[in-house]
Design a protein around this ligand. Structure first.
Ligand SMILES: Cc1ncc(C[n+]2csc(CCOP(=O)(O)OP(=O)(O)O)c2C)c(N)n1
Ligand SMILES: [Mg+2]
Length: 324
């Protein structure tokens, strides 16, 4: 396992701050009625940035779900792209303004098209990993999903195939304790998600999803195991969703503020910032500079999107039907 360099630490911090800052702006814009519904990643930053940083951009295949803004920002998507999608403009690289915010599709990073139905990305990812194996490609596939997604049949079918065929696949579960309004203890049987892997013949690990370094290391290890032909790994990153399920959800109806406050003490951003300062890997001025840079980038992204044209209505049916 290579050492995490000081530059990498700074990049981790920047991408985490960028994810939080972009999310905060999108929340505001939604509440002003200016964009469509968005699912935000507050609390998921370490898990998303740490795992995506362990992948090889353009070589590995990535299946995200709607909450994975931090994964995409780490793989090379820009706040401009998210804003253009949120404002449904022609400059949106995901679908030129057609898909909902969060349904990502970014070919330069092999970030495969996503959609709303929970867990449907899992068999698609298993299929991609199988294709890489058949072709003898040195590519690993990672698939992200929530703990709620692990109660769907697709999760179990994909684990079974991956275990049987020793597929080069990483199952990355962001266990944020809730599936919309349903707490994990009412959704997931047994001791969580990671332990399910054992039944399918491959390792499952529980990691602290608020620790960006631990996440990076676990994903790197799973990537190398897959590349050696030893098969899949299931990583369960335990964390907490700070925001409501989406911009259009009222979480005060199902969780109490004390619980939220308790978890805020483990905020991955604050924790990593304290670490960087304590270990003298960055100065307060370095970090303030990165925070300002993120705020500027988000500001510019919004301006870019608002100044972008809407898609041409004549393109409405493009890519939907084949020629008869
Ligand atoms: C097949 C399917 N069933 C139900 C829904 C409605 N739905 C959208 S998000 C969600 C919760 C998913 O929770 P989880 O997988 O834990 O991901 P999280 O949102 O917590 O990150 C549900 C039930 C859906 N989109 N697709
Ligand atoms: Mg969840």
């Amino acid at each position: 396992m290579p050492e995490i360099t000081p530059e990498q630490h700074h990049t981790f911090y920047y991408k985490m701050v960028l994810t939080r800052t972009l999310g905060e702006r999108l929340r505001l814009l939604r509440h002003q009625g200016r964009i469509n519904i968005v699912a935000l990643a507050d609390g998921h930053e370490a898990a998303q940035v740490g795992s995506a940083s362990a992948l090889r951009v353009g070589l590995d295949y990535v299946y995200t779900y709607y909450r994975d803004m931090g994964v995409a920002l780490t793989m090379g998507m820009r706040p401009h792209d998210f804003m253009a999608q949120a404002f449904a403009r022609a400059t949106d690289p995901n679908s030129r303004g057609r898909l909902l915010p969060g349904d990502l599709n970014y070919p330069p990073a092999n970030l495969m098209a996503g959609g709303g139905p929970i867990a449907t990305q899992l068999p698609q990812a298993a299929g991609t990993a199988l294709a890489s194996q058949i072709k003898g490609e040195d590519a690993v596939t990672i698939v992200y999903f929530g703990e709620g997604g692990s109660s769907e049949g697709e999760f179990h079918e994909s684990c079974n195939l991956a275990g049987l065929r020793k597929l080069p696949l990483i199952f990355f579960c962001e266990n944020n304790q809730y599936a919309l309004s349903v707490p994990v203890e009412k959704e997931v049987a047994g001791e969580g998600v990671a332990c399910k892997a054992k039944g399918y013949g491959f390792p499952g690990v529980v990691i602290d999803g608020n620790d960006v370094q631990a996440v990076y290391q676990a994903t790197y290890k799973a990537r190398e195991r897959a590349r050696r032909g030893e098969g899949p790994t299931l990583i369960e990153a335990r964390l907490y969703r700070f925001g409501a399920h989406s911009t259009d959800d009222d979480d005060s109806r199902y969780r109490n503020p004390e619980e939220l406050e308790l978890h805020r003490q483990h905020d991955p951003l604050i924790r990593f910032k304290r670490y960087l300062l304590d270990e003298k890997l960055a100065t307060a001025a370095d970090l303030a500079e990165l925070e300002t840079k993120a705020a500027t980038e988000v500001e510019e992204a919004q301006r870019f999107a608002e100044e972008s044209p809407y898609p041409d209505p004549a393109e409405l049916w493009d890519h939907l039907y084949g020629d008869a």
